[in-house]
Design a protein around this ligand. Structure first.
Ligand SMILES: Cc1ncc(COP(=O)(O)O)c(C=O)c1O
Length: 440
């Protein structure tokens, strides 16, 4: 072929491929689906006979309080839930509490984090992480996230001072933090690790359940989580001393006989504490939901993996970094764009195709929240900000430019464990149609 006919053929091919690109719905083309496809809260979609039976039993036995049922021969629902939860999460102990926020306070209290101590947490997480540290009188120190949307281990290490007592990796939106690096840094600097698994129950990191690697770890059972009791939380640990302090902290300082039986004689006495006990209704529903966790997680993972596989060949596509892709819970497919404008156009174009796409959600960029930037506390003399370090520390946008940039460029197409194969096909078709048009 001579140069002229080669050029003519190339131009014809290019024109044909332009013509072949389907017109986006946002530009007047036919949408992939007429009715918007968006996920539901997973747990309640799986409510059924099992949850009903647990609730009915509590009503019929008239034993809604966890400690007043133990004299009746059968273990209480909350105790059974704790034991099955510990076994599932590959830990020695689990403690049921009223929420993930209560679980965080219990974990931080069990570690005896207090005035003068610093705890490092990621910039992109939920208020409860920051609150638990401040409510114990300690100082929160933020570390930036990386493209996993989880804590950046290198930035975390750079924030360690002689006052740092613990680090709090948070497993964000179904993806485990880079735990090998986090644990190695914590070990090197003799720090405690609190895994926050609220958003990722059922995620795995290199064969280990999230919530089994830190010194003490927490989960949430709130409506947006993998399984739900409406509200509720769990604490896990392998350390008997931490379990004792946690159970005492969640129950007015008391060590009750069922937990004493698990632990042997207590090693500490009472101390002033909170009251975060779970009731039997919640424990029963938690138990029924826990028994469905693997089913929900594997359905979710299957749907999400199908999408990741089917779009990975799109030229230039870049996904969220996943420290262990196989263990990703699969709440969605996360795509990184090179600008916020392209990310926003992708979301709009996907919506026009009938597929919901959102930014990463369920967290806040904490350092830029006005009450955090201004270090507002319950009382003006709150210990967190009275130390030299507490007075000097500055929050605000200047401490998290990378976090803001990464989040601005991130889109998530959320999946649902109950999406049908044809729903998943539609998600794939929409991404394949929209991404090349907006990312170029
Ligand atoms: C990362 C993280 N930690 C803790 C919590 C607190 O859980 P709860 O709402 O059960 O108090 C949440 C809730 O969304 C969360 O996302």
């Amino acid at each position: 072929m001579d140069r002229r006919s080669f050029a003519a053929t190339a131009m014809a091919t290019a024109a044909a491929s332009v013509q072949a690109a389907p017109q986006l719905a946002i530009d007047g083309g036919k949408p992939v689906r007429e009715k918007m496809l968006a996920p539901h809260f997973y747990g309640p979609e799986y409510y059924g006979e099992e949850e009903r039976r647990e609730l009915t039993e509590v009503v019929e036995t008239r034993r809604p309080f966890r400690w007043y049922s133990s004299g009746h021969g059968t273990p209480t629902k909350v105790l059974t839930f704790e034991q099955e939860f510990a076994a599932h999460m590959q830990t020695r102990y689990a403690l049921a509490v009223t929420s993930g926020s209560a679980a965080l306070m219990t974990a931080v209290a069990a570690l005896q984090v207090g005035p003068g101590d610093e705890v490092i947490l990621p910039t992109w997480t939920w208020y409860s992480c920051y609150n638990a540290i401040v409510l114990m009188g300690a100082l929160p120190v933020f570390a930036e996230i990386d493209e996993s949307l989880g804590i950046d281990p290198a930035d975390m290490e750079s924030k360690i001072t002689p006052h740092t007592k613990a680090v709090m990796p948070v497993h964000i939106e179904g993806v485990a933090a880079d735990m090998d690096r986090v644990l190695a840094i914590a070990r090197k600097h003799n720090l405690k690790v609190i895994e926050d698994c609220a958003q990722s129950m059922g995620a795995i990191y290199k064969g280990r359940q999230v919530g089994s690697m830190g010194d003490i770890n927490i989960f949430s059972l709130q409506i947006c989580k993998t399984v739900t009791t409406g509200d509720g939380g769990m604490v896990t640990t392998n350390d008997p001393a931490l379990f004792e302090r946690a159970t005492r902290y969640h129950d007015l300082g008391i060590l009750r006989p069922p937990h004493e039986k698990i632990l042997g004689a207590g090693k500490t006495g009472m101390f002033p504490s909170s009251q975060f006990r779970m009731n039997e209704f919640t424990g029963g529903v938690g138990l029924a939901q826990l028994r469905k966790l693997d089913m929900i997680a594997s359905a979710l993972r299957k749907n999400t993996n199908r999408v990741y596989e089917a779009v990975k060949d799109l030229p230039g596509i870049r996904f969220r970094m996943r420290p262990d892709p196989k263990g990703d819970l699969g709440v969605g497919v996360f795509i990184q764009f090179d600008s916020k404008a392209r990310r926003d156009r992708f979301r709009k174009a996907m919506a026009a195709e009938g597929i919901y796409a959102r930014p990463s959600s369920g967290s806040e960029v904490l350092p830029i929240q006005p009450h955090i930037e201004n270090k507002v506390t319950l009382h003006p003399a709150w210990p967190s900000f009275q130390t030299e370090r507490g007075k000097a520390i500055r929050y605000g946008a200047a401490c998290c430019p990378r976090t803001i940039d990464i989040l601005d460029r991130c889109a998530c197409v959320p999946l649902d464990p109950k999406f049908t194969p044809s729903d998943v096909d539609d998600v794939i078709t929409a991404i394949r149609k929209v991404y090349p048009a907006v990312a170029a």
